[in-house]
Design a protein around this ligand. Structure first.
Ligand code: 5GP
Length: 120
């Protein structure tokens, strides 16, 4: 767990491919790769390549609307690629109370099993 200081995170090294990851989608703006500690048969993390102050969703500003919209759309493309588009969940943990551990905004795309609600 890192504090939200704006310091580089492990995701910078994943973006630069200094640390290997199982990439399932990539374009100029975003990267999607499998979570190292999956909570479901499909558990993909989807991140903006440029953090631009988006350490957490709670720091979003108007200038982030385009990338936030793109991330939402790509979450569906990821679900389609993974064969779970008929039932999947997108989660963003924002801040310590929500158990965020990496302070570079990321969407969790989860599926491949019956998901419970509420998540706890
Ligand atoms: P958060 O708790 O911040 O919402 O989610 C961070 C996620 O990043 C966790 O699910 C954790 O398993 C994942 N994670 C942390 N370090 C790495 C890593 O080095 N590689 C990959 N693929 N996932 C990571």
């Amino acid at each position: 767990t890192e504090a939200n200081t704006g310091a580089p995170t492990i995701f910078d090294k994943i973006i630069s491919k200094e640390i290997p990851s199982d990439i399932i989608y990539e374009d100029e703006r975003v990267l999607a790769f499998r979570d190292i500690n999956p909570q479901a048969p499909v558990h993909v993390l989807l991140i903006p390549k440029l953090r631009d102050g988006l350490t957490e969703l709670g720091k979003a500003e108007a200038r982030h609307e385009d990338i936030l919209g793109h991330l939402m759309h790509v979450s569906k493309i990821v679900a389609e690629k993974e064969g779970i588009v008929d039932g999947f969940r997108v989660v963003i943990n924002s801040g310590p109370t929500a158990c965020q551990s990496v302070y570079h905004l990321h969407l969790h795309v989860l599926g491949g099993r019956q998901l419970k609600w509420p998540p706890g």
